[in-house]
Write a protein of this length. Structure first.
Length: 96
């Protein structure tokens, strides 16, 4: 569970990154979850875009995905959301 200070730090880091994945009308599939899981292990912090043709909302999608891949939901703005999960290599040092 992230504290407010940690969430703010991650929001600031996420501001400078581009979305690495898009979720379209097919929604959240096993393939998408596998790709997100791999991306989180490699990067720790990722931004995902939910396309307009998708029937899903960004916050609901973020919550569903974060539970499935054991990640922390950081924020959602418009049709984008940010997820964080600490990897084995600890790339990001978040404040305590």
């Amino acid at each position: 569970m992230l504290t407010g200070k940690q969430r703010s730090y991650l929001k600031a880091l996420a501001n400078g990154i581009d979305p690495i994945m898009q979720i379209g009308k097919s929604g959240v599939t096993e393939t998408v979850l596998k790709q997100i899981d791999d991306a989180l292990e490699a990067r720790e912090l990722i931004k995902i875009n939910v396309l307009n043709n998708s029937l899903l909302g960004s916050k609901e999608t973020a919550t569903e995905i974060s539970e499935a891949v054991r990640a922390e939901y950081v924020q959602s703005i418009g049709n984008k959301f940010v997820l964080y999960r600490e990897s084995k290599e600890k790339l990001i040092n978040i404040p305590k």
